[in-house]
Write a new protein. Structure first.
Lengths: 215, 202
């Protein structure tokens, strides 16, 4: 009822309707669990239009992932923009990463399922790359390009610390006894990841002579 | 033809070949989609032999997990035992890194269970946590256990995440992320990270 009272949203283009339907279906059934017919039915369009707009199911899947990674990258860029010390901005970056993954945990699962299969990992490569480039560039503000604490190494480490918390949520909730994607466990994780960021920033800020092995 | 016939007659080591073939098959396809015929074919055996030696697909799956897990656990336990409590994080992290550099099937099998978990169905993955947890908890005072869980998850992510996302890193770097140069660089980072953690924890 309340929905009717609101002004109607502008109608989506056929292309966008197909994309939305595909997104929903892929997230719940996985890449191989969805047919063009499923997408067409859900989007209420002719099956031929799925192929007309996206070429193939592979093309459609890649378009879904591309949209996801664009939104993901924008979320991080928004968090990093604005004032504050480097430390505050890095905290905002990992907070935004954690929040985005928590609200898009099904995507993380979808992506890892493709990555863990040698036949499908190439589906992810193209759409993932801009996110990787963006974060590496952001981390180059605080970390060197090469070496033991290189920006690209930190990217893998921080994203691993965040993503695995979300993809392993079904296991963690059984092992830890409550939902890791909700407080208090989510906040415990956030505090830990921030601590990890501080640890690395402290090490990077230490004068070269006092660094143990950092290069 | 001659080759196939020869390998069918070669019964010595057939159990091991089945196990190795099954490890690959389960890692690539998961339990439900794995094909006993593909496992048999790759091992130069037959589906009947798999039933005879292992008692069917699920039993074979569990044998694959148990066998790989015993090896992984032995490798981590050796790392724990090889020094003082100082340096423990570095030793465990790098031992796990070296294990994954050698073989990733177990990690992929258990990950797949978790990714496919809708309403349960990831019992083996859940069970795999207990011995690892026991190994760690024996090393840290009980007041540090919550922090240890968080740290273990981060180090796990830093190590396993690299291998899982390896295809995208290879693509983005334009260089084989599993080649010796990149692997060595990652390993140095993991050691550095563990050392930072140890230093911060005193």
């Amino acid at each position: 009822m309340t929905r009717r009272a609101r002004a109607p949203a502008p109608p989506l283009s056929t292309e966008a309707r197909i994309l939305e339907a595909a997104e929903e279906l892929f997230c719940s059934a996985g890449y191989t669990g969805v047919s063009a017919r499923d997408v067409a039915e859900r989007a209420d369009v002719n099956k031929a239009l799925v192929f007309y707009h996206y070429g193939s199911m592979r093309g459609l899947f890649e378009a879904v992932l591309e949209r996801y990674y664009v939104a993901h990258t924008k979320g991080l860029a928004d968090a990093l923009a604005g004032g504050g010390s480097v430390r505050e901005r890095m905290h905002r970056l990992v907070d935004a990463y954690l929040d985005f993954m928590t609200t898009h945990a099904r995507y993380a699962t979808l992506v890892q399922a493709q990555l863990s299969n040698p036949e499908t990992h190439s589906l992810v490569e193209k759409s993932y790359e801009p996110l990787y480039r963006y974060i590496e560039a952001a981390l180059l503000e605080v970390a060197p390009k090469e070496g033991r604490a290189a920006a690209r190494q930190l990217f893998v480490t921080f994203s691993g610390a965040v993503i695995n918390w979300c993809t392993y949520a079904p296991l963690l909730s059984r092992v830890l006894g409550s939902d890791p994607l909700k407080p208090p466990l989510l906040e415990e994780r956030r505090a830990h990841v921030r601590w990890l960021v501080d640890l690395v920033l402290d090490a990077l800020e230490r004068p070269a002579g006092k660094r143990k092995r950092l290069t | 033809m001659a080759k196939a016939a020869a390998s069918k007659l070669d019964l010595s080591g057939v159990r091991d070949r089945i196990l190795a073939s099954a490890r690959t098959e389960f890692a690539d396809h998961g339990l439900a989609a794995a094909s006993v015929h593909r496992i048999a074919e790759r091992a130069g055996a037959t589906a009947a032999m798999i039933n005879y030696y292992y008692g069917g697909k699920l039993a074979l799956y569990e044998t694959v997990i148990d066998e790989a897990q015993a090896r992984q656990l032995a490798c981590l336990a050796a790392a724990v035992a090889s020094g003082e409590s100082k340096g423990l994080a570095s030793r465990i992290a790098v031992a796990y890194f070296d294990f994954l550099a050698q073989e990733r099937e177990l990690q992929r099998i258990l990950l797949r269970e978790v990714l496919d978990a809708r309403e349960g169905g990831h019992e083996h993955a859940i069970r795999s946590v207990a011995p690892l947890r026991a190994l760690l908890e024996a090393q840290v005072p009980s007041r540090d256990r919550d922090r240890t869980v968080q740290l273990a998850i981060s180090l796990f992510g830093a190590v396993a995440g690299y291998f899982l996302y390896e295809p995208v890193f290879t693509n983005a770097l334009g260089e084989d992320a599993l080649g010796p140069r990149r692997l060595a660089a990652r390993r140095r980072h993991v050691l550095e990270l563990a050392a930072m953690i140890e230093e911060a924890m005193g």
